[in-house]
Design a protein. Structure first.
Length: 191
């Protein structure tokens, strides 16, 4: 068989089928209403089409509402997670500051006890300037201890109320007094 012949047969079949479709389309166009059965079928088809369109609209609206609710829920969960992370970071910072204040209190207590022990043990062999420096250092260390206790109490109260900074002036003063007192005690050993 020749390919050209097959092509001619295929083209002929297609033109006949295409011609019949054109005839049907012309009869439908010229027949305005068609038979009552066709009109009823068209009305049923239109109503079903409208019903499907309305059902699809409702489904899309429900999906849209569901997606909005889901987005709102996810936003709320994200906000809560961020707030919890912020509170956890604040709690850790507060714990570090309280630990620092307790270490400052412990160092002040140790320095004051050491200075008093040195005063008792070496008072008779020390010069007047050495004793004065040791007594002054002891007083500074006692002041450091008192301000560290005060800073810790103030810090605890302000943090519980939810306002207040982590660094207080009493904590800074306590550290300064601790350094000055330790330096005075160390200098008293030279004299």
């Amino acid at each position: 068989m020749n390919i050209f012949t097959l092509y001619k047969v295929f083209e002929t079949v297609m033109s006949v089928v295409g011609g019949r479709k054109d005839e049907r389309a012309d009869t439908v166009r010229t027949d305005n209403g068609g038979t009552p059965a066709q009109r009823l079928a068209n009305q049923v088809e239109n109503r079903l089409t409208n019903l499907v369109v309305v059902a699809l609209k409702e489904a899309f609206d429900r999906d849209h509402q569901r997606l909005e609710l889901e987005r709102t829920r996810l936003d709320e969960e994200r906000r809560i997670a961020e707030e919890q992370a912020r509170m956890e970071a604040w709690r850790r910072a507060v714990d570090r500051e309280i630990g620092r204040l307790r270490a400052l209190t412990g160092a002040g207590m140790l320095g004051w006890v050491t200075s008093v022990a040195l005063l008792v043990a070496r008072a008779s062999v020390m010069s007047g300037a050495g004793r004065g420096l040791l007594i002054g250092g002891s007083a500074l260390l006692l002041g450091s201890l008192a301000t560290a206790f005060s800073a810790e109490a103030t810090h605890d109260a302000s943090v519980r109320e939810g306002h207040g900074s982590l660094k207080t002036s009493a904590a800074t003063l306590s550290l300064s007094l601790l350094i000055a007192g330790t330096a005075a005690v160390a200098l008293s050993l030279i004299f």
